[in-house]
Write a protein that binds this ligand. Structure first.
Ligand code: ZN
Length: 366
């Protein structure tokens, strides 16, 4: 059943998943739904390589019932119960864990959903004038203010989407989440492509400048020296990998900029270490670790560039890709009034969020 639709879902997922303008580091998710079932990307699966049979299958009736369930006020208890109900909504024999954004997928009546966090889109959702610019550029869109992910976010989206339907008589097919990303919804993959492309093109036309990503030459000896020190500090007894990148955008980035979206925290940590050109790397690294309770994944060296650390090459490269994404987003926000990072309470919430940490572990293959 639904063989064709699921093949179309997989093909659509692979297409966007393989396009770095749309998807980074295993992020984003997609789904297809029938009247009574939802096929959604599993937590930690990569869109670029997902196959039709990899989607987690859930009963929509059980997911719908979650809107009228009374969940505990207390955060941890609530999210644990929500997760339990979501796991119980899976069809019999299903053992995988659905995306944390499953409730949002089920909320849309449209058959196909694409949820992504493209840099150019987040240039809008992480900008001071993001809400106003969205109204102008995409009058049919619903804008959701930054709030706690999981059940609280889903409930907020439901409220706004219900109000939209009341007001316009139409189902919302374009949802922007402040400091997070975008949902596209359509009944066919072709319509979904048109919608997504339209948004990306409109944004490309609206931004005054793109990020300056041409690599700039760096002092190779200095880079190698610092990389060696960082590998030792980051790895301790274990081996560690360190990657380096320098471009104009990195060199002019303000390392004190607060986190922009959940993905940035998950893969590049809430804080990055910035050190002056000739400072003692070891001393500042250890001071940072003592203050924050974790080792920095990203180290900016003034006038030189950006180092990314990880337990292995994949982790170091993911941290680099995601941090570079944040830097690109900041550049795009210039066109919409400048950067507006996540509120502090949300940053803390994400830092402590078990579901997110599960995701970063799975997609890093730990
Ligand atoms: Zn998301």
């Amino acid at each position: 059943m639904y063989t064709q639709q699921l093949a179309a879902l997989a093909a659509m997922s692979n297409k966007y998943g393989a396009n770095p303008e749309y998807v980074l580091a295993g992020g984003g998710n997609t789904s297809f739904k029938s009247e009574d079932r939802l096929w959604v990307k599993g937590s930690g699966t990569a869109l670029a390589t997902i196959k039709a049979e990899d989607f987690v299958v859930l009963e929509r009736k059980s997911l719908d019932a979650m809107w009228s369930t009374q969940y505990p006020e207390e955060e941890k208890a609530r999210e644990a119960k929500v997760l339990e109900d979501m796991m119980n909504a899976r069809v019999e024999g299903e053992s995988r864990r659905p995306s944390v954004e499953t409730l949002l997928h089920n909320l849309f009546p449209q058959r196909y959903i694409l949820h992504v966090h493209p840099a150019i889109v987040n240039g809008l959702t992480c900008a001071k004038n993001g809400k106003e610019a969205t109204k102008q550029l995409f009058p049919q869109a619903v804008w959701v203010e930054a709030c706690k992910p999981g059940y609280i976010l889903a409930l907020e989206c439901k409220k706004l989407m219900d109000a939209y339907k009341q007001e316009t008589g139409k189902d919302c097919d374009l949802l922007f989440l402040e400091n997070h990303g975008v949902f596209f919804a359509a009944d066919t993959v072709q319509q979904l492509d048109v919608l997504a492309e339209g948004v990306m093109n409109a944004l490309a036309a609206a931004v005054k400048r793109g990020p300056a990503l041409e690599e700039v030459p760096a002092d190779g000896q200095k880079v190698a020296q610092i990389a060696e020190v960082l590998a030792e500090l980051y790895g301790g007894e274990q081996a560690a990998a360190v990657a380096f990148l320098a471009n104009k955008e990195i060199l002019s980035y303000d390392p004190a900029t607060k986190s922009l979206s959940p993905d940035h925290i998950v893969y590049a940590k809430a804080k990055q270490l910035a050190i002056p050109a000739d400072a003692d790397v070891k001393e500042l690294f250890e001071k940072f670790t003592a203050e924050n309770g974790y080792k920095p994944k990203i180290v900016f060296v003034e006038g030189l560039g950006m180092f990314s650390c990880g337990a292995n090459e994949k982790e170091a490269s993911t941290a680099q890709i995601v941090m570079l994404d944040a830097i690109k987003v900041v550049a795009y926000t210039e066109s919409f009034g400048g950067v507006s990072p996540m509120p502090e309470f949300l940053i803390d919430f994400i830092v402590n969020w078990e579901v997110e940490s599960y995701r970063s572990k799975v997609s890093l293959g730990k």
